[in-house]
Ligand binder design. Structure first.
Ligand code: KG4
Ligand code: ZN
Length: 360
């Protein structure tokens, strides 16, 4: 089964072709990601209107490149998948409409994929991880602990009440005059700093739920920086190190509680799966390893290129849904908000037609 996947929910224009083998394993035939980071860098964050226009300009080219690298003609596809949300609505419309056009013209089924489900299922593409597993999704827009019980079967165990973790990294970087995206810059500065110099809070630590709250940490950091202004390069390094140490402690505490909740309901997870751009952070990865070990499971952390937004994860989620007959009509709406747990409730279409006709 060969599926084209299109990703345009944020600031990457991406397309990929992925093959699902009979044994359920995946093979990436091509994976093209065009980052818009330069377009947004001057603004210190993603500007939705600029993102949507850049997707319009680049998506056809990215899809053509993905198809040619995969050496796959359109008529060899078994389905066309696009991330139909959640995300910046202008970009989502561009990707989903393009997928619908290809599906209609080539008479292939459309699969409207939840972007979060695509992150959640990536571990099955890279490592063949069986259900049920515990997902820690940490990106610029999302911070969630999720029980992944099956395709379209998710239970959210914890989420952020305010900022996402990546957003907290990005805002910290902006405050300290570091570039965008902030996560990698903060990590680089933190490597040479003293994590004990500033006593930053560990919000939500010890709470019986597995939720996060990060806006207080950001404010505490700003107050510390203001107290010692003007800040030197050494101060920046120490602030970054103290901030990263606080985030790592918070994640450890929240994940331990999340794991407890998981085990109480579903037994020991087959893995702790990391996803989202923040999972590239090495200090965080070390902590995730430790927590997985503590509960008697393993950490599955897909390579950074598959942790951040990409088309392969969308194509793979499309293939996982297609094999179960979960296709979507051509009038499927793009969704700016689409919580992961709602994928279970999405109406299902009849199984894939043997003739390969579009389901509309
Ligand atoms: O998943 P992603 O590529 O895009 C979405 O937000 O959907 O995640 C990007 C986020 C940004 O906030 C970026 O600052 C953060 O991931 N990030 C990191 C690191 N690399 C990327 N945060 C901390 N440490 C890193 N090494
Ligand atoms: Zn994402």
């Amino acid at each position: 089964m060969i599926v084209l996947g299109i990703e345009t929910t944020c600031d990457e224009t991406a397309a990929a072709v992925v093959k699902r083998l009979e044994n359920g394993r995946g093979q990436i035939l091509s994976n093209i990601v065009l980052s818009q980071v330069n377009e947004h860098a001057a603004f210190g964050g993603v500007v939705p209107e600029i993102a949507a226009r850049a997707h319009v300009e680049m998506l056809d080219y990215v899809i053509a490149k993905a198809m040619s690298e995969a050496k796959c003609p359109f008529n060899a596809l078994d389905g066309v998948a696009a991330a139909a949300g959640p995300g910046l609505i202008g970009g989502v419309i561009v990707g989903l409409t393009t997928a619908k056009a290809i599906a209609l013209v080539c008479a292939k089924p459309l699969i409207a994929v939840n972007h979060l489900e695509a992150h959640a299922l990536t571990a099955r593409l890279t490592d063949g991880t069986p259900f049920p597993y515990c997902l820690f999704l940490a990106s610029g827009g999302h911070t969630q602990i999720v029980a992944v019980l099956g395709v379209g079967n998710f239970v959210r165990l914890g989420t952020t009440l305010d900022d996402a973790i990546g957003e907290a990294f990005d805002k910290t970087a902006k405050l300290l005059g570091l570039g965008y995206p902030g996560g990698p810059q903060v990590e680089r500065e933190a490597a040479g700093g003293n994590p004990q110099r500033f006593a930053l809070p560990r919000p939500m630590a010890g709470k019986p739920n597995a939720d996060f709250s990060l806006s207080g940490l950001k404010t505490a950091l700003r107050l510390e920086a203001e107290k010692i202004a003007p800040i030197s390069d050494d101060d920046v390094r120490d602030l970054c190190a103290s901030f990263q140490a606080a985030i790592v402690d918070v994640v450890a505490d929240r994940l331990r509680t999340g794991m407890k909740l998981f085990r109480g309901h579903y037994g020991t997870p087959t893995a702790l799966v990391a996803a989202g751009g923040v999972a590239a952070n090495q200090a965080l990865r070390k902590t995730l390893h430790r927590i997985a070990f503590e509960v008697g499971t393993v950490l599955v952390a897909p390579p950074p290129a598959l942790c951040t937004d990409n088309g392969a994860m969308v194509a793979w989620a499309g293939a996982e849904r297609l094999v179960l007959g979960l296709t979507d009509p051509l009038d499927t709406p793009p969704l700016a908000r689409w919580p992961l747990s709602a994928t279970t409730a999405r109406p299902t279409a009849p199984p894939v037609p043997a003739t390969g006709q579009a389901t509309s």
